[in-house]
Design a protein around this ligand. Structure first.
Ligand code: SF4
Length: 879
């Protein structure tokens, strides 16, 4: 079969495309070659790789195009191979995917394509035309950072670009909107969500959802009256539009709207981006075209132009850091085109190995920022984002930043009157995280490295690179100032030594836990009285900090005003660490909980507030007129008392807490079945791991579906994973282990063919989105009660006991029920999804408290007494 590749004459001649070939192995494992010979290239299907290599060699091809890195390894090492997937990642770094079908669709090539090889050829030509629209200087940078063959291509493109500047049309790719905009309309909120209402005329896929209507109405009332509203809305309610439309309407109809600010906070950056990049742009032209909207993330999300330039200079000068150079090349085009400098835009970079490390070298970090002295301040992405956030009437942010701002007395976001907390089930954990202090050997090490650089202080003439030089080395000082600097460097060296010794020596002072005695990795160890660490050791550490503070003080006279402000930041941080050491080792604040974690000889200490409610009340609620909390899981069998106590909502705005509990509009009865097997051993039984491994294997192999198994303990997960690896190699297994991120594991699982199973612990119980056939069988391996010895749980439990209440009913049970509901929420993600949940922990049936769990399930659980009955029913359900 042959396919014609319509080769652009300019490219054909200037790049000598007639000496290119394409090699691809398709999904049916057929090996295909296409040759760009005469303008009528022939695609051939060949029996094996050797035949393909022979054909390409006979064609005398100078360059072979492949799509995907794995293809490169099957070709002779001396061939010039160009990976079009990598080329697309470099030239189009913000695309969501780089598969052949996606790129075909992106370039609207689908209609004329018949084969993958032809598609690769077309994609290559499109990419080249796109590259030719880049400035020559950028092409030259790309050549400098790319490996041999790609570098040669970019070099050639620089020549072609100079020769054909006017000949090649600059190709502009326009972002595809997921929804079509229709003309602006006038809006009546009461009619908004009806089938004849304005929203229905704006959206192609509008669905009438009474729950959405109800929620929007409650939010309109909240904006009118102020106060606190808890709105639990099941999956599929459309809660984002239910609060965004009233918020926009409110801003439009308020006369002094420029003085009003509404903040929307989400747990995840994904939802934050969805709201800001998709939902708000769709709604704003219709509802409030003139309002000021902004998105603000944490400082670490934004590129620091100064650090970027420093790192580029450093890496370009070191030809041996190949990995870093390729990573950097994935950022070059993005850097040129980005408006916001938000790294989340650059998916190709984030998906690459070691990208997190490289990003930590070039992201914004105000501790390293010289402020007004920065030559890039005019274009600084972080400063622009923060200025926009302060001016905005509607600001979209995330829980971490919202809480960091409240801790910093609103210095980041500025004042606001209304707060909408989406994914509100996660706000307590986020708040606890924000207000938790930690101390390890790295706390001081990092601080002094920022101050003095990471070169060896004992060898002052050590070679420094721009990114490794510390703040002190960047000062221009007089000879008197130079003396002060040397004194500081001496004291830095003392502090580094004392710090290292302190953390090495105290390992022997801490009592061995049972886990440590058994040689297992140690979890958190709570302490309520001072640890048996000699006072002299603590004194040594705090004295070394004080000595450094004193010598820094002596530098002040030699600095400019800007430099003095930067010095103050270091002084404040050192003072903070000193106070933290006092607090952690006296352990005398009864409102805080203290613990440490030890892995091998590395110890980290923690201090966290026991109750988060008071902090939220003082730092957040007191300053606002209206508070909306929404999520799919906030209530326990229709009651919000647990949430109210947890978040201190009685101290929220208004006299009363309005509550709205809306079920999901999804047809759960027809789409979801929940099994409660009673034939398995109990979770504490030594045979439990074997029993559930066998059940997982039989269910997945019988249904041939994709499954997710949620665990509460990594130990159980590991045993089940080993059993499945050994006993069921035909099931594709994805296991949370070895530091692989959740996002990467979920992405790999999504790409897997059936049957497959993903095993995950804590973080997999929420936020994992596997729609349709990506997840059809969900296993809950244990009721997710909090671990009673976990320090915060233990401290909360004691507080409840002291108040003569029952920790089991007031804490453990509600927390477990909410988490179970979160876990089950992974299964049905859209109206058309269908699947089953299997709760293998039979306490849900046998224990008296089991009824509370059963009553919280979206459909009635079916008890099954033997495995055959379960498999039979599954067969009929999926039939
Ligand atoms: S002002 Fe600070 S954060 Fe911004 S580019 Fe300069 S150094 Fe980086």
């Amino acid at each position: 079969m042959s396919h014609q590749l319509a080769i652009d004459p300019i490219l054909r001649d200037k790049l000598d495309l007639s000496r290119f070939a394409v090699l691809h192995i398709d999904s049916g494992k057929d090996i295909k070659v296409a040759l760009f010979s005469t303008g009528k290239p022939i695609e051939s299907t060949l029996g094996d790789v050797r035949a393909a290599i022979r054909m390409i060699r006979d064609h005398n091809a100078a360059v072979v195009l492949v799509h995907g890195k794995e293809m490169e390894n099957i070709l002779p090492p001396d061939w010039a191979v160009i990976d079009t997937e990598l080329l697309a990642q470099i030239l189009c770094p913000t695309m969501p995917a780089y598969t052949i079908p996606y790129l075909q669709d992106h370039y609207s090539l689908s209609s004329c394509m018949g084969a993958d090889t032809a598609a690769i050829g077309y994609i290559f030509c499109r990419l080249i035309k796109q590259a030719l629209s880049l400035p020559s200087a950028l092409l030259s940078d790309l050549a400098g950072l790319s490996e041999l063959h790609l570098a040669a291509l970019f070099q050639r493109l620089i020549e072609v670009s100079l020769l054909t500047e006017q000949a090649v049309d600059k190709e502009k790719t326009t972002a595809k909107s997921s929804r079509k905009l229709k003309p602006t309309c006038l809006v009546n909120t009461d009619e908004m969500f009806t089938p004849d209402g304005p929203l229905a005329t704006m959206m192609d896929d509008f669905e009438l959802r009474l729950e959405q209507q109800q929620m929007a109405k409650a939010i309109v009332d909240l904006f009118r009256d102020g106060g606190t509203l808890v709105a639990e809305a099941g999956p599929g309610t459309g809660k984002t539009f239910a609060y965004l439309i009233p918020a926009l309407q409110f801003l439009r109809n308020t006369s002094d709207s420029d003085k009003i600010k509404i903040v929307v906070s989400t747990r995840t950056k994904n939802l934050q981006d969805q709201i800001f990049l998709v939902d708000i742009p769709f709604l704003i032209p219709h509802f409030a075209p003139d309002i000021n909207v902004a998105l603000l993330k944490g400082q670490e999300s934004y590129l620091c132009l100064k650090r970027w330039e420093e790192l580029r200079a450093e890496i370009t000068g070191q030809l041996n850091v190949e990995g870093e150079r390729q990573l950097l090349s994935l950022l070059l085009v993005w850097r040129e085109e980005t408006r916001d400098g938000d790294i989340e835009e650059c998916g190709a970079f984030l998906a690459a190995p070691r990208s997190q490390w490289l990003w930590s070298q070039i992201n914004s970090d105000l501790r390293r920022c010289p402020g007004k002295r920065c030559p890039f301040i005019e274009d600084c992405f972080l400063i622009k984002a923060r200025q926009q956030a302060k001016r905005a009437n509607l600001l979209v942010t995330n829980h971490s930043l919202l809480l960091a701002d409240s801790r910093a007395e609103r210095a980041i976001i500025g004042g606001y009157q209304y707060l909408i907390i989406d994914e509100a089930h996660a706000i307590e954990t986020a708040a606890r995280h924000t207000f938790t202090e930690t101390l390890s050997v790295w706390t001081i090490t990092r601080l002094v490295r920022d101050l003095s650089g990471k070169y060896d202080l004992r060898k002052p003439d050590n070679k420094k690179t721009p990114s490794s030089a510390g703040w002190l080395s960047k000062l221009s000082l007089t000879s008197a100032g130079e003396k002060a600097r040397r004194r500081i460097l001496d004291n830095v060296a003392v502090l580094q030594r004392v710090n290292r010794d302190f953390f090495a020596d105290i390992v022997g002072c801490l009592p061995l836990t049972d886990e440590k005695k058994k040689g297992r990795a140690v979890t958190a160890v709570r302490y309520q009285t001072p640890l048996p660490i000699p006072a002299a050791k603590i004194e040594d550490l705090t004295s070394a900090i004080e000595l450094l503070q004193l010598s820094l003080f002596g530098l002040g006279d030699h600095l400019t005003q800007d430099e003095k402000r930067e010095l103050e930041i270091y002084q404040t941080e050192l003072e903070h660490v000193r106070a933290l050491i006092d607090e952690l080792f006296s352990a005398d604040d009864k409102e805080r909980v203290y613990w440490y974690k030890q892995r091998d000889n590395a110890i980290e200490f923690f201090s966290a507030p026991i109750k988060i409610a008071d902090i939220l009340e003082q730092k957040v609620y007191q300053h606002i007129d209206g508070l909306i909390l929404t999520s799919a899981t906030l209530s326990l069998n229709g009651d919000i008392d647990y949430l109210t106590a947890q978040l201190g909502l009685k101290g929220g705005p208004g006299d009363e807490i309005r509550t709205l509990i809306l079920p999901s509009p999804f047809p759960y009865q027809q789409r979801m079945r929940i099994y409660l097997p009673t034939f398995l051993s109990l979770p504490d039984d030594s045979r439990y791991a074997e029993t559930i491994s066998a059940l997982l294997e039989r269910v997945i192999s019988a249904t041939k579906k994709k499954g997710l198994a949620l665990f509460t303990s990594y130990r159980l997960l590991k045993v089940v994973a080993d059993n499945l690896r050994n006993g069921a190699p035909y099931i594709s297994l994805f296991v949370q282990e070895g530091g692989i991120s959740r996002a990467k594991l979920v992405a790999a699982f999504k790409g897997a063919t059936k049957p497959a199973v993903l095993l995950g612990t804590d973080s997999f119980w929420e936020g994992v989105d596997l729609p349709g056939h990506e997840l059809e069988v969900l296993f809950i391996t244990r009721l997710p009660f909090p671990v009673p010895t976990e320090p915060i749980t233990a401290a909360l439990s004691e507080k409840i006991q002291t108040a003569n209440r029952n920790p089991f009913t007031d804490l453990f049970l509600p927390a477990a029920i909410l988490k179970l509901r979160q876990g089950i929420g992974r299964l049905i993600r859209s109206r058309s999804d269908k699947g089953v949940v299997i709760i293998t922990d039979q306490r849900v049936v046998t224990k008296s408290y089991g009824a509370l769990f059963r009553n919280s399930l979206p459909v009635k659980g079916l008890e099954v007494n033997d495995e055959q009955a379960l498999l039979l029913d599954l067969d009929q359900w999926f039939d």
